[in-house]
Design a protein. Structure first.
Length: 466
């Protein structure tokens, strides 16, 4: 498989067909609003959408440093699914039933995104094929069975456990020994969704200023190089780019993830792979992969490359190291050997937000009017929608328009977590953690033992994930 002709960077493959958009006008000077949203990705745009739908006369301004969808919303794997970061911890903190309510809300969120996209005529190549997560080692199979049982315990009674034969009938992953499937998932085109959302909220009367980086957020103030927006509510929706804001360097760690996309594969290859249900596809490795069959019959596959840049740095155009492209290509060919001769058309990277306890959160500080949502740890395509509806309800509650709702009482609301360690400790910790995960995956590939490799267990303790 050749990568000589691979387009590397250019934000992401999802922009390849139509190119990056022409940025909207920047903020022309000082301004006022009822609500100022910092960040033009899924969280910010969904929040603007639901607030404007609820209260049409609201004056809402969205400030975006580059253009809407420049960050994770335009670079992700297109997994609209019901996973949420931190559910198990919320069960420990607030009880099992509270976590079940959170999971139920996430299940419903998948359908909500599909509903709104249809209602607003947003064609995002959405296909509800569910989520298939596979195991191809004894250790992965043991984790998969445990995972399946836990998901059932959290109310996913429609989840199905497959053996090797049933797995390969869905997707012929080489060496697969089992899988679990949930209907609460869909494949989509990330950029088509974010562009459609931006156009929709503009049509509702929301003001979007692009090429307008916010340098500092204070109560009732969002400062930019072009002026300050003053508003009773300032909502931070910046996910992996949060560290660029003054005072937020150690709030959420910008974790790097990388992807490749093949050329459109011929019918002969698909005949060997199957994948007719177009499920989103993942595995049970510690350094896991995620993939989809695109609308034009490519495979888009992602995983960790260089997991973290020193000092919480973020990239500009998504360029990816050649070694990362090769590593992702090796995963692709190992899973699907008939892709060995296929061209890799595109490779790219982006950052996602990771809190110190790996728990997604949504908060409104009623004393200051400052709100935020994020820390999705890579599960943001659906979680952003739930976060946005929750921010809407929190603001309506704070302004006296409503009381508490089912969403405002979910256990992730108002969750507090300590900051990440200073450098060089967080760089050493994150790189050490992923080196351990990769080593554990290599050992498990050749081990007949069903238990998780001890190296991975040590990495979990280091990360604070358990």
């Amino acid at each position: 498989m050749s990568t000589v002709s691979t387009v590397n960077g250019g934000i992401s493959f999802w922009y390849a067909d139509r190119g990056t958009p022409i940025a909207r006008e920047p903020l022309p000077g000082d301004a006022t609003a009822d609500i100022c949203i910092v960040g033009g990705g899924y969280t910010g745009l969904w929040t603007a959408y639901y607030l404007k739908k609820a209260v049409p006369f609201l004056n809402i301004t969205v400030l975006e440093a580059k253009f809407c969808g420049y960050g994770a919303s335009g670079r992700n794997g297109g997994w609209l699914y019901n996973g949420i970061a931190g559910r198990d911890r919320y069960a420990k903190l607030h009880g099992h039933e509270a976590a079940v309510r959170l999971q139920r809300a996430m299940n419903e969120t998948v359908d909500e995104v599909v509903r709104v996209a249809a209602e607003e005529d947003i064609d995002a190549d959405i296909h509800q094929g569910g989520v298939l997560e596979v195991a191809y080692t004894p250790a992965q199979l043991a984790r998969l069975k445990d995972f399946h049982s836990v998901e059932i315990a959290f109310g996913e009674t429609d989840r199905v456990l497959h053996g090797a034969r049933e797995t390969c009938e869905r997707v012929n992953v080489t060496g697969a020994v089992g899988s679990t499937w949930t209907p609460h998932g869909a494949r989509l085109h990330p950029v088509k969704l974010v562009k459609g959302l931006a156009a929709t909220v503009e049509a509702l009367g929301v003001t979007i200023h692009e090429s307008t980086p916010v340098t500092e957020i204070k109560p009732k103030h969002a400062h930019t190089p072009y002026g300050t927006v003053r508003a009773p509510y300032i909502l931070r929706c910046t996910e992996g780019f949060t560290a660029s804001l003054k005072g937020q360097r150690r709030t959420w760690l910008p974790m790097n993830s990388s992807m490749i996309a093949t050329e459109p594969l011929p019918r002969s290859v698909w005949d060997t792979i199957g994948w007719d249900g177009r499920e989103t596809l993942g595995d049970m490795a510690h350094a896991y992969m995620y993939a989809q069959r695109t609308a034009d019959d490519r495979i888009a596959l992602g995983g960790r490359g260089v997991p973290y840049r020193f000092g919480s740095g973020t990239d500009n155009d998504g360029r990816t190291r050649p070694a990362t492209i090769e590593a992702l290509r090796d995963i692709l060919v190992r899973l699907f050997p008939t892709t060995a001769g296929a061209r890799i058309d595109h490779a790219w990277s982006g950052v996602l937000g990771v809190p110190r306890d790996w728990c997604a959160t949504v908060t409104l500080d009623r004393s200051t009017g400052l709100g935020w949502a994020g820390g999705y740890v890579g599960s943001g395509v659906a979680t952003t929608n739930l976060a946005a509806r929750t921010l809407r309800d929190l603001i309506q509650q704070d302004s006296g328009q409503s009381g508490p709702t089912d969403l405002t009482t979910l256990p992730w609301v108002g969750h507090k977590v300590r900051r990440w360690e200073p450098e060089p400790f967080r760089w050493l910790g994150v790189h050490g953690m992923y080196a351990a995960y990769r080593a554990a995956d290599r050992r498990e590939l050749t081990s007949p033992r069903p238990g998780t490799d001890p190296i991975a267990k040590a990495a979990d303790r280091l990360a604070g994930r358990h």
